[in-house]
Design a protein around this ligand. Sequence first.
Ligand SMILES: [Zn+2]
Length: 207
Amino acid sequence: MSVLIRRLGPFFFPSILWRTHHSSVHLTFDDGPHPCATYKVLDILGRRKIRATFFLVGNDALLHPQVVRRIAEEGHSIGNHAFSHRSLFFKPKSLQVSEIEKTDEILAQIVGKRPIYFRPPYGYFDRNTLRAAKETHHKLVMWDVDPRDYDARPVQEIVEDVASNTRHGSIILFHDNHSTEDTVGQFLNPVLNRLEERGYQFSALTV
Ligand SMILES: [Zn+2]
């Protein structure tokens, strides 16, 4: 997502959550459950007693229900990140609704409740995505801080990127997938240290 869209998005799409009015900041992790990366993230957050929000892919939740269960048991919020993780941009509304609903049902089977939040794969959305989210009673969630952790950037670059862009209520985008399974264990603690030094506290997204 370009800087321009991140800046202008809140004006053009006010129904989408880009940032909250809380004083705490919100860590979000996309693309799990992943049997390696998600556990690394959960271990770090658990040790630091920090709660976050995980946007889960329905198809992967089917494959790794035990990871989904652990996310819920440890008090984190769970959001819907569609079933197949294909781009929904310019896809028929019926397909978009079905991607969301299928994932809702799978997650409800595993943890006993349907997610309230939806984040479209790659952050790509169109008018039908907004309608599909509304029809399925989800709040569409984007972010205002994206350190591109999937790009294998040096730890210090990720830390500086997050530190210079985070404000109160920021929603920060991270990934717990194959692209970060080797790196998340290295960059997450330094990022959290820096934000804590600046006085920020963390909370999961809640309605
Ligand atoms: Zn994703």
